[in-house]
Design a protein. Structure first.
Length: 452
């Protein structure tokens, strides 16, 4: 594959390193001579020193013939402009990284059509989702989130005989807001029908709303978790996203600590009473003791200062906090966090790079998740029906065998569909499918002649 990476920071370096070792033809573009020199000395890739927002530089890097262009600089505006230029130059697929994805809210598909990207990834969003999953203590073996966290895919193991193995899927009384989309059983991987039964040791893939998936986990034998207390250090993008997600979860109380009084006031106006915003520095031992931080179940450090995150986690641990989670801005620091005893060290940039690698390795860059070592993919598509029709019922879509329509996103509504659910032009659908069905699905929802 011919791949052009614009941006030689942590994300670009990590991508270039792995993709070059997988024998892809990789070009990296960056205006910083030091970054260029670092890449040239360490990696077997073509390196071009220059501004990725200039068409001639992108052309020299091979963007016009590239299978994938990846825009992963530290500047969101640069990444957006790179996407537009790469699209006009003829790149087949484009992946864009954003730190702040809020600019796309309510206009996501307008931006997608205008800028020409196929996939957008937010480093802050990925980090927040990973940390929230840690706080929730999922019984699930795997969790993927879609539609701004309103829809999830979870993988769970059936560990013992019980309600879930007592009848066929059609006969089970499952929560209404989820669908069983696949089962992995020994060497088999299949999309089940209503007459199939679950067995002990099956790994089950489900798509649905979070609360309904929680109920399924209880049916699968997950213990009920009592009230938990979470302390978040830092009111930046990641910290606020985590607090917002936890604010919607029952049984969790949140305290968010922010050094700036002005910033703290602005944050507190956006939350319910279950989130307490405190003004102060989480490395201030007297403040931590005064606020009885040691009684918290989880302490999360999310500032842009790795050293402060380390110190704060160490202090919280010494005061008795059960688990500490830290955001790592320099990927090389992750080993240091491990040595210091931080329970989870999460690098937004490495998370972003790993997600991009999954798209590159999958058969379709429109995938938003690659499941079961590539045996299935999850797609998000905008609906445009054939023959000028405005709407169709799910059962009349003619989806290929091995495909499940997991969710319909319409404005702010998320619908977990049945066969009689109506899918309209302009809706956005989340589909679980086997890889061999990709071209058929694209044809169903994006008929020939449709221009994005």
């Amino acid at each position: 594959m011919d791949i052009v990476i614009v941006g030689a920071g942590e994300v670009g370096y990590h991508l270039g390193d792995i993709l070059s070792r997988e024998e892809h033809r990789v070009s990296v573009v960056d205006p910083d001579p030091a970054q260029v020199r670092r890449i040239m000395e360490a990696l077997d890739v073509q390196v071009l020193e220059g501004d990725g927002t200039r068409a001639e530089i992108l052309t020299q890097a091979g963007a016009s013939k590239a299978d994938i262009v990846v825009a992963v600089t530290e500047n969101d505006h640069v990444n957006m402009l790179v996407c537009t230029l790469a699209n006009k130059l003829g790149a087949k697929r484009i992946i864009m990284r954003l730190k702040d994805i809020s600019r796309l809210e309510s206009y996501r598909y307008f931006y997608k059509q205008t800028l020409g990207f196929d996939v957008v990834l937010s480093t802050d969003e990925l980090a927040a989702e990973e940390i929230v999953g840690t706080v929730r203590q999922h019984r699930a073996l795997e969790v993927e989130s879609f539609a701004d966290g309103r829809v999830q895919l979870r993988r769970l193991r059936i560990r013992e005989e019980g309600d879930l193995t007592a009848d066929t899927l059609a006969g089970l009384k499952l929560p209404s807001g989820l669908l069983v989309v696949a089962v992995s059983r020994r060497d088999q991987f299949f999309v089940p029908g209503g007459n199939d039964r679950l067995e002990v040791d099956d790994q089950v893939y489900l798509i649905g709303r979070g609360p309904d998936l929680d109920q399924f986990e209880l049916l699968a034998g997950a213990p009920k978790i009592g009230r938990r207390s979470v302390v978040i250090m830092g009111g930046g993008g990641v910290g606020v996203r985590i607090a917002r997600r936890l604010d919607t979860m029952p049984g969790i109380s949140v305290r968010l600590m922010e050094k700036s009084a002005k910033r703290a006031r602005a944050i507190s106006s956006n939350f319910s009473n279950s989130v307490m915003v405190l003004v102060g520095d989480s490395t201030d031992l007297d403040l931590l003791m005064e606020e009885r931080i040691g009684e918290a179940n989880v302490f999360i450090a999310t500032t842009s200062d790795d050293e402060r995150n380390m110190v704060a986690c160490q202090l919280a641990r010494s005061l008795g906090v059960e688990r500490t989670v830290a955001m790592v801005n320099k990927a090389s620091y992750r080993q240091i966090y491990d040595l210091l005893g931080v329970d989870r060290a999460i690098s937004p940039r490495v998370l972003c790079a790993n997600h991009i690698l999954r798209f590159v390795r999958s058969r379709s860059v429109s995938s938003i998740a690659v499941i079961a070592d590539g045996r299935a993919e999850v797609l998000e598509l905008e609906v445009h029906h054939k023959d000028g029709k405005q709407e169709r019922k799910v059962k009349n879509l003619g989806l290929p065998r091995g495909t499940v329509l997991g969710a319909v996103v319409r404005s702010n509504d998320v619908i977990i569909p049945s066969g009689d659910t109506v899918v309209r032009n302009g809706d956005h659908v989340i589909l679980f499918t086997l890889p061999e069905n990709l071209s058929s699905i694209e044809e169903t929802f994006r008929p020939k002649g449709y221009q994005s």
